[in-house]
Design a protein around this ligand. Structure first.
Ligand code: ADP
Ligand code: MG
Length: 263
């Protein structure tokens, strides 16, 4: 084959293999290879790395869309100074994502505004960026979705869905008391993920009052057993974040006023 038909053949192969990024980059890479007198191996490496980069970017984008995170938060956005109740070393250990390997659960317990959702979302983002599948839902959404599925005869499908992601974030458990059916759905989701996939759960209820989420304290106890068996628990009893900054500012202003009035 002469050079132009070889070139056409290579483009054809790349197209057949659906290596669109490599196909598009081919002329530029060939020119570059000639200009830099690259060897065959170096040239192939350059071409394939373009395709790999594009594939990874597509995969990340698709993991990102799937995860439905409510905010772009990262663990590194968390202000640890403002929330001394949160163990920075523990968060950064979780950030290595080793906890996903043995399906460890992470519980964030505390009043509203202390950064529970932020940390859970930060973990999910770290997981996505490492190529894991993560999914965010609130407890109420999960219950509503399971309810619809039950009505439409898709219970098994919805259970498979919630079993799938490597990390499932269940936000705001306990904000609303769950009716028996919803509690059963949550219980089944937790049970089937037990020792298989991590759950990051946020709640405003201390562990002792978990019985209150459910009508049935036995279900509550069984679910807690599974959640806690292999888990990391953050009890965040600090101030609301916004209130804190606000209070710090107020304090600052007050001091300023005092200094001035005494000067
Ligand atoms: P929770 O889920 O505990 O109610 P959120 O995670 O939704 O609280 O946090 C409430 C708001 O305060 C969010 O805008 C969040 O980004 C911010 N926030 C809370 N804690 C921190 C923190 N330690 N550092 C930075 N932002 C924080
Ligand atoms: Mg929240």
């Amino acid at each position: 084959m002469n050079e132009p038909s070889l070139y056409q053949a290579v483009r054809g192969h790349l197209a057949t293999l659906r290596l669109a990024a490599a196909a598009e980059a081919l002329p530029a890479v060939l020119d570059q290879a000639r200009a830099d007198s690259l060897g065959h191996t170096a040239m192939l490496e350059r071409l394939l790395s373009i395709e790999v980069e594009a594939t990874l970017a597509r995969r990340r984008a698709s993991l990102e869309r799937f995860a439905s995170l409510p905010a772009p938060w990262r663990l590194s956005d968390f202000d640890f100074e403002a929330q001394p109740a949160v163990d920075r070393a523990l968060v950064s250990e979780l950030g290595t994502l080793r906890f996903l390997e043995d399906a460890t659960n992470v519980l964030f317990i505390g009043p509203p505004g202390v950064g529970k959702t932020m940390l859970a979302v930060g973990l999910a983002r770290a997981a996505i960026e490492a190529g894991y599948r993560a999914y965010y839902t609130t407890a109420a959404e999960l219950a509503a979705r399971c309810h619809r599925a039950a009505l439409e005869g898709r219970w098994a499908t919805v259970m498979r869905f919630f079993a799938g992601p490597r990390l499932l974030v269940i936000d705001e458990a306990g904000y609303l008391p769950l009716p028996a059916e919803a509690a059963a759905a949550l219980f089944q989701v937790i049970s089937q993920r037990y020792l298989k996939g991590s759950v990051a759960l946020t709640t405003n209820l201390g562990i002792a009052s978990w019985g209150r989420i459910f009508d049935d304290p036995t279900v509550a106890a069984a679910m807690l057993d599974r959640l806690l068996h292999r888990s990391v628990v953050f009890n965040i009893d600090g101030d609301r974040y916004r209130m804190r900054t606000h209070r710090a500012r107020a304090e600052h202003i007050r001091k300023g006023v005092v200094v001035r009035s005494s000067g």
